[in-house]
Ligand binder design. Structure first.
Ligand code: 6PG
Length: 234
């Protein structure tokens, strides 16, 4: 799954000869992909000077805290490969998550050169995603007002619905949607319960997160619901 994700990521980079913007995700699902990006053949193939790395959500903890999503991505591949100026973490040294969200929104808008989203010119080339056990994406938890946000690009989320129970800062559904490709990685038996609910069409954030371009779910056999597995050829 990580290899397939790396291939898709490199195809998106190749498709854009200019400045590329990738929105990373936290959690454990993308770790293997991140390690692959730092190794050959990816390391040589990626034009690091023109690729910029953002993050879809952050735990409101210090930059040196192991729970910090961007810190995980930095240690997995960014610090070894990407120019420092191309790494765009969500700041967590602000007074509170709302202030962090406002600052990151300004950073995204200045990078984008506009304070409004335009379907003709998506914010990101690719948005990576994972689905949480409750069907959350980024830090948009089911039933939370942040999921319904239509105006702001980034919001503070005072309380998480799942571990780790630290406040979060999250891009909103419209900001995440503004991409050429949204790529989910959903793998392992631990994801089977939530994948079953998602495939049944439950109205959860993971089913509402869709790109204005392509949305791809990479799913492994272990995560597939029983009825899908039963249909596999002998
Ligand atoms: C976070 C993530 C979150 C994650 C899902 C899936 O900050 O925790 O960005 O949205 O993608 O919870 O997490 P796992 O990959 O660990 O299952």
């Amino acid at each position: 799954m990580a290899e397939a994700a790396a291939e898709r990521l490199m195809a998106r980079v190749d498709a854009n000869p200019g400045r590329v913007a990738i929105c990373l995700t936290g959690g454990s699902s993308p770790k293997q992909l991140y390690h692959l990006l730092a190794r050959e053949p990816c390391r040589t193939r990626i034009p690091w000077e023109r690729v910029h790395w953002f993050i879809g959500d952050e735990r409101f903890v210090g930059a040196t805290d192991p729970l910090n999503n961007m810190t995980m991505a930095r240690s997995a591949f960014l610090d070894a490969c990407a120019p420092a100026a191309n790494i765009h973490p969500i700041p967590t040294d602000t007074a509170n998550p709302d202030a962090s969200a406002a600052r990151y929104a300004r950073e995204l808008q200045s990078f984008h050169g506009a304070d409004h989203l335009d379907n003709a010119r998506p914010l990101f080339d690719m948005v990576l995603m994972g689905a949480g056990p409750d069907g959350h994406v980024a830090s948009l938890f089911p039933g939370y007002p942040a999921v319904e946000e239509t105006a702001r690009w980034v919001v503070g989320v005072p309380k998480a619905n799942v571990e780790p129970f630290v406040p979060r800062v999250s891009l909103t559904l419209p900001a995440l949607a503004s991409c050429r490709e949204m790529l989910f990685e959903i793998g392992g038996a631990g994801k089977r319960a939530i994948l079953t609910r998602l495939l049944a069409g439950e109205k959860l954030p993971a089913n509402r997160a869709r790109s204005i371009g392509e949305t791809i779910w990479l799913v492994d056999t272990a995560a597939l619901p029983e009825d899908f597995r039963a249909r596999e050829p002998e």
